[in-house]
Design a protein. Structure first.
Lengths: 96, 540
């Protein structure tokens, strides 16, 4: 079995797994590296280009890891959404 | 004083017509239902709420405090603006959970997550707080526009505050959230283009990027180019502990909901996205553009520093970005620059007016006053509340006056300190109940004013650095809500099981999960493992 799971069933995708944690770790790193890297790169500082490249690579890996799981969560949840929205309206319009 | 040529007037008038046109065009969509007026029908593709996030978080005050921090602290000043980083983790955690709840507002989430009287009190509290906060933020952004117009045209402060916010109110009343997001898309594009143009012009005026670097080194200010330049572990004006606080607090806050003021704006966009994936993407990409914008602004501010290095008064250098635009751009472009400022201004004002109105209408009027209100009535009340929030913003705006940045640090960091951890706990810990959460909110309101303003003023405690105040507030407020949580009953298990099965929160939900499994609402871990093993076998 591959380290990164790319095929998900709806039930499996509902669980919090290592793929989520990889996204959770890479996401802040890519934000920091892209922000600081771009600012420094605009002044043509070499470290800026390195940080910027790292930030983009981290973001690309993050999306590669999390995207298949999000696809499955989304499509499965959309099937239940109507029922949940009706329940929500009942809570909102609580008066008998 | 700035003088306009005919071309400048053309840009500004065209832009205003375009804005008001958005209200007229989407009028029919906005009035269909409450869901349309406040959430654009819950069907937007990710890039629309993403652009709207970016446009909303680029307000008239934003270039002011950003200029202020970078002019005074160099690139390390960018860390202050990293509070937007909470979206990094939120996009994959709390955004997913909140989108699945389908709650229209963060206040509505309270009656889903918690149960009983406590949940209703929490909903009412949060709705009232959000209405007041929307007035405050709209006033704060509005008075920033007053300051810009005062600098550019010599207008009295209140002119800039009242004229542009009122114009914006027109299309928000007409088209609701439809008008807001569609206007945000073209406002976002306009302001991003202008950010790039101003930075290019500023860099050229200062001799180019390499010349800026050389001049900073010659002035003995080379450290301004290093965002990692700290002054010690705890000493100096930029200690390591402050930097770590600025990184840890927003990012970890992404596990929770409402950990930051911006969360309430994002929450509306999360629910307007057409599905969970689009909601997550809208938060992640919208924030990335905010951060990229900051990087682009930084070169304009440091170019201004090289050109005008000796400004000592914050009220002078906080206008750095605006001065670059008004003083360096050629005739004809200044009008486009001012049109972009109007875009920056009304994209935020529009969002905040609609947001405040949503809490007043959906959570106060509809939930507590008239639960059987028709869709037509809800839209009507939404429109009236939009005007109420606008009027409230004038009051707060005039109160703030010219102290934009001073208020910001207090509002962005310290007023949310005591509720930072409870906002996370409500998502990750099943046992945290409505009473604990409510007590944290109430206690925070009192304790933050005491620690930041009142006790230092009377010499009871010294003036503490911001990051120490932050952690102190977290500790002091925890002394109140943790005992309250354990001394009161857990929330009703039926409610917890329901919210768990629907939203699948992360963290410590063991007893609730087991109950949900027992009721057959979700599969057990063993069943999932067995299924995964069977699939692996099949593949082999």
């Amino acid at each position: 079995m591959a380290f990164i799971k790319r095929k998900w069933t709806a039930r499996e995708a509902d669980e919090w797994t290592k793929e989520d944690w990889i996204a959770i770790v890479l996401s802040p790193l890519s934000y920091i590296f892209i922000t600081m890297g771009l600012a420094m790169a605009l002044f043509l500082l070499p470290l800026g280009f390195i940080l910027l490249a790292l930030g983009i690579i981290f973001a690309a890996i993050m999306f590669w890891v999390i995207n298949p799981k999000l696809d499955v969560i989304s499509s499965d949840y959309e099937k239940k959404q109507k029922k949940y929205l009706d329940e929500l309206e009942e809570i909102q319009r609580w008066e008998e | 004083m700035v003088h306009f040529a005919a071309l400048d007037y053309f840009w500004v008038i065209s832009y205003l017509i375009l804005m008001i046109g958005a209200g007229a065009i989407f009028y029919r969509l906005g009035k269909r239902s409450g869901s349309d007026f406040f959430l654009a029908g819950r069907g937007l593709p990710w890039w629309i709420p993403a652009t709207s996030n970016f446009a909303t978080h680029t307000a008239t005050d934003t270039p002011m405090w950003f200029s202020s921090w970078v002019y005074a602290s160099g690139l390390r000043g960018m860390w202050y603006s990293l509070f937007a980083g909470w979206c990094a983790i939120s996009a994959w955690v709390s955004t997913r959970i909140f989108r699945r709840s389908l709650a229209s507002t963060q206040a509505e989430w309270q009656t889903l997550r918690f149960s009983g009287l406590g949940s209703e009190l929490m909903r009412g509290w949060m709705a009232g707080w959000q209405v007041a906060l929307s007035m405050f933020i709209a006033g704060w952004v509005g008075i920033a526009m007053g300051n810009v117009c005062n600098y550019a045209f010599g207008w009295p402060l209140w002119w800039g505050l009242v004229i542009f916010s009122s114009l914006c109110c027109f299309y928000v009343i007409a088209a609701g959230f439809w008008g807001v997001v569609i206007a945000d898309v073209q406002q976002g594009i306009t302001m991003f283009i202008m950010a790039v143009i101003v930075s290019i012009w500023a860099a050229i005026a200062a001799g180019g990027p390499s010349a800026i670097v050389d001049k900073l080194h010659a002035m003995g200010k080379g450290w301004m180019l290093n965002p990692f330049h700290i002054t010690g572990i705890t000493s100096g004006d930029f200690p390591l502990l402050w930097l770590l606080t600025m990184v840890a607090v927003p990012f970890l806050g992404g596990f929770g909901m409402a950990t930051h003021f911006d969360w309430f704006v994002e929450a509306q966009r999360i629910q307007s996205a057409k599905n969970v994936k689009d909601a997550s993407y809208s938060i992640w990409w919208g924030t990335l553009v905010v951060l990229v914008r900051n990087s682009i602004w930084a070169i304009a501010v440091l170019a201004f520093f090289v050109l005008v290095p000796n400004l000592k008064d914050q009220s002078d250098y906080q206008l750095a970005w605006f001065r670059v635009g008004f003083e360096i751009l050629p005739v004809g472009m200044v009008g486009f620059f001012f049109a972009a400022i109007i875009a920056i201004h009304i994209s935020s004002i529009g969002s905040i007016l609609n947001l405040g109105s949503m809490y007043a209408t959906r959570d106060l009027y509809h939930h507590y006053i008239n639960p059987k209100a028709s869709e037509k009535k809800i839209v009507l009340v939404g429109r009236i509340m939009t005007v109420v929030v606008l009027l409230g913003s004038f009051f707060f705006g005039l109160m703030i006056g010219q102290d934009i940045t001073k208020w910001l640090l207090f509002a962005l960091w310290l007023m949310v300190a005591g509720t930072w951890l409870p906002n996370i706990l409500q998502v990750i810990w099943w046992r945290f109940n409505a009473w604990g959460y409510l007590s944290a909110w109430v206690a925070n309101l009192g304790v933050c004013w005491l620690v930041v303003w009142i006790l230092p003023a009377y010499g009871v405690i010294p003036d503490l650095p911001d990051y120490i105040q932050f952690w102190l507030l977290i500790f002091l407020v925890a002394l109140i809500y943790i005992p309250v949580t354990f001394l009161t009953k857990p929330d009703d298990m039926d409610r917890l099981v329901r919210v768990y099965a629907q939203t699948r929160p992360i963290g410590f939900w063991g007893p609730v999960r087991r109950e949900a499994e027992r009721r057959g609402l979700i599969q057990t871990i063993d069943e999932l493992d067995k299924k995964a093993a069977q699939e692996t076998k099949k593949e082999e």
